[in-house]
Design a protein around this ligand. Structure first.
Ligand SMILES: [Fe+2]
Length: 396
């Protein structure tokens, strides 16, 4: 993108973001005398965080709901709505705090959307059920499925505390809801202006608890967000800078974090990379690799970041040579790696896809679709190029 050819762009980021090791300690003071409902990933109890937060929040803590590992599914959103919405209905002004990875954060985005009026179908329920179920989930499910407009909502203030470095959900307006209630199962996209959190505390110290597999797969998700923001038709000069910085950090620091899980510098760099990539793709959205990933996750249960990463060399090859701006940025992404190895040739974008594939292999990722159960890769790539996300891709 030359300056002379620069087209206008807009940037919307309403999330109040705090970043830094220990920044989550500011949450208490910021909460003041408001009450809180915490949705936390399940390991929070074993890590001692539940006890600490329960002590810190004291009487302000109205409910602590644990989110087991797994997909952010429609069924789970419904189940948690039944637990959380009665508490929020009884506590006007309460803040919903999401503490966890992408699944927890995405479910919390849906749960902040409590319909003002009970769904008419609730009338069919028994009185006791209606008392504990003041607003029906069906109206929200219909909106998520695109079958009806959103009902009038009582939006709960939403604060996000990511415990992984990768999702970016804390600074985007969308969430993924896997609809396993229908056959075949489908991915529903929650994509609304009220999907932005009010506040995010990005504290790298929290990511030290991540097991190696989670560290890798979330790092791959951040790398995917960064590269997808680069080879994207909606890129702008700000997203370019953030995306290159994020991708370079992941390439440099993810292997370090995998070798040395307690490395403070690596954890901090990966959290910052995740936030940078989140900012970038919050404006551009995702592209081809994400479009291809969802079926792999649904069919094989492949973690999201891994399901995206396996398509990155394919997307890189297709993107190279299409656009000077993209070629230049991809060279910058690999420049750090090239310098480290004393081989400037591998910074060239035409070698970049191979270099990326070698890097992915070094962190244990096979980019052969067949090894992930995909036997019709070429057909899928053609279909994805014609999908909404695929059309964001610079080479589509
Ligand atoms: Fe992603």
């Amino acid at each position: 993108m030359t300056v002379s050819g620069l087209t206008g762009f807009q940037w919307r980021m309403p999330v109040d973001v705090r970043f830094g090791a220990g920044c989550v300690s500011e949450l208490n003071g910021r909460l003041g005398d408001r009450s809180a409902v915490v949705m936390a990933f399940e390991p929070a109890t074993a890590l001692g965080w539940r006890a600490q937060w329960t002590s810190d929040l004291g009487q302000r803590l109205r409910a602590w709901v644990e989110v087991p590992d797994g997909l952010s599914s429609m069924a789970r959103c419904r189940e948690f709505a039944e637990q959380v919405w009665p508490v929020l209905a009884a506590e006007p002004g309460a803040v919903l705090i999401a503490l966890g990875g992408g699944t927890t954060l995405d479910i919390a985005k849906v749960l902040r959307c409590r319909p003002v009026e009970a769904d008419p179908r609730i009338d069919q329920l028994a009185d006791e059920r209606r008392r504990t179920h003041p607003a029906g989930f069906d109206a929200v499910a219909d909106a998520l499925r695109g079958r009806a407009p959103w009902p009038a909502l009582d939006l709960t203030p939403l604060w996000m505390v990511p415990t992984t470095a990768g999702t970016g959900s804390e600074v985007t307006r969308w969430a993924t809801v896997w609809d396993t209630d229908v056959q075949p199962a489908q991915k529903r996209s929650f994509d609304e202006v009220f999907g932005f959190a009010d506040c995010a505390f990005v504290d790298p110290a929290l990511t030290h608890s991540c097991p190696a597999a989670v560290t890798r797969d979330t790092g791959l998700d951040a790398l995917s967000h960064a590269l997808e923001a680069i080879w994207n038709r909606h890129a702008n000069p700000f997203s370019d800078v953030l995306a290159v910085s994020a991708a370079r950090k992941v390439l440099t620091w993810l292997p370090v974090a995998l070798r040395e899980p307690a490395n403070v510098e690596a954890r901090s760099a990966l959290s910052l990379a995740s936030l940078e990539a989140g900012f970038a793709f919050s404006q551009t959205r995702t592209a081809l690799a994400h479009a291809l990933s969802y079926a792999v996750t649904l069919e094989q249960g492949t973690p999201h970041g891994l399901a995206c990463a396996l398509w990155l060399p394919t997307a890189w090859k297709l993107a190279q040579g299409c656009d000077e701006r993209v070629d230049s940025l991809l060279e910058q992404v690999l420049a750090a790696e090239a310098g480290k190895r004393g081989d400037p040739r591998i910074a060239c974008s035409h070698l970049g896809a191979h270099r990326l594939q070698a890097w992915l292999s070094s962190v244990g990722v096979s980019c052969d679709p067949a090894s992930h159960g995909v036997l019709d890769a070429e057909r899928r790539i053609q279909a994805a190029l014609n999908s909404p996300r695929g059309r964001n891709f610079i080479a589509a």
